[in-house]
Ligand binder design. Structure first.
Ligand SMILES: Nc1ncnc2c1ncn2[C@@H]1O[C@H](COP(=O)(O)OP(=O)(O)O)[C@@H](O)[C@H]1O
Ligand SMILES: [Mg+2]
Length: 308
């Protein structure tokens, strides 16, 4: 069952404090930024057809490691995204006003060395999105539309306004390429500036993401789009808590191997593996050699799963 916008908003507002508490100090923030730098490069580029895995993305960004099995430009896109991310973090830290020039610079970093002719400039030709019925604005209108876009910036208040700017931006589609990546970075900059968590749109969310944008553009109904983005925001909080909130960590000696866990629950090991595979169940942790470990708490969860 899909959650309502109201329910998502209330869950999100309940998570704000914990998020800000977790990342209150500089050390916490730097760790979060480092993780986000690779995670956003991986997910945002993947949506646009980049073939690097999460690991390959992290390796090229953090250690400059590439392999000849993937197109070089995909590595370049990862590094460029990381540079654009560093740039938005600088904007955040220095409390620089977010202006049109900031967005043009961001775009320049994204396409630098890939399409230098267009990097940092609005398009001067018509564009179409393949598979889409939406007619995008005529290029002569782009500068004025972007001017209006930035004029509305000062009045942006809450999370829904911020999410709406992403839709407005991609609907103007000001660049010949790089609109999606740029729009997501800008939205995440605005979210972080307002003390909120950035939105991670995973590769598997691509279809819903694209369809919700298309529907909003064709019908003017933005509810599905808003619900989808709020769902992703809510889940992004959860993902980040799972990784960074170590306070509630269960002591290692209280964890069970998959065999012991399966026995406690009373189902075959293969069932547990299947539940993990389809995402019904998440191991509490993986050991260094990749074995799944489970906690007592999850037994209750599995019993609930069995009842359904
Ligand atoms: N009707 C639409 N259908 C699909 N995507 C759309 C539509 N309108 C705008 N978009 C946006 O266009 C983006 C792709 O545009 P593009 O300029 O190629 O971005 P990038 O270069 O970052 O891939 C999508 O990620 C989406 O945000
Ligand atoms: Mg593209």
């Amino acid at each position: 069952m899909e959650q309502s916008i109201y329910s998502l908003l209330s869950q999100i507002s309940g998570k704000k404090r914990k998020f800000n508490k977790l990342f209150i100090d500089n050390k916490g923030k730097e760790q979060l930024y480092k993780w986000l730098k690779s995670e956003l490069a991986y997910t945002s580029n993947n949506i646009e057809g980049n073939t690097l895995t999460r690991k390959e993305t992290r390796l090229v960004i953090e250690e400059d490691i590439t392999s000849s099995s993937k197109p070089f430009v995909h590595y370049q896109e990862a590094v460029n995204h990381a540079k654009a991310f560093d740039y938005i973090i600088d904007i955040l830290k220095s409390k620089t006003m977010i202006t049109e020039n900031v967005v043009l610079d961001m775009h320049k970093k994204l396409l630098s060395g890939i399409d230098d002719y267009n990097a940092g400039f609005y398009r001067n030709c018509p564009v179409r999105i393949s598979g889409s019925r939406v007619i995008l604005p005529n290029p002569v209108k782009v500068p004025d539309l972007m001017k209006d876009f930035f004029e509305k910036f000062d009045s942006i208040k809450g999370v829904e306004d911020i999410i709406k700017t992403h839709l407005d931006f991609v609907s103007i589609h000001p660049f010949s390429d790089g609109n999606g990546r740029c729009a997501r970075l800008l939205m995440n900059l605005l979210l972080m500036k307002n003390g909120l968590c950035p939105i991670i749109i995973r590769p598997r969310d691509r279809k819903r993401y694209i369809n919700s944008i298309e529907k909003a553009q064709l019908t003017g109904e933005i509810e599905d789009y808003m619900r989808f983005m709020l769902y992703r925001l809510n889940s992004s909080y959860t993902t980040i808590f799972d990784i960074f909130d170590t306070k509630n960590e269960i002591p290692q000696e209280k964890l069970m191997t998959i065999a012991k866990f399966a026995k406690e629950v009373g189902v075959p090991v293969s069932t547990i593996r299947y539940w993990v595979k389809v995402g019904k169940l998440k191991p509490t942790m993986y050991t260094e050699s990749g074995y799944m470990m489970f906690s007592q708490e999850q037994i209750n969860k599995v019993q609930r799963l069995n009842q359904k």
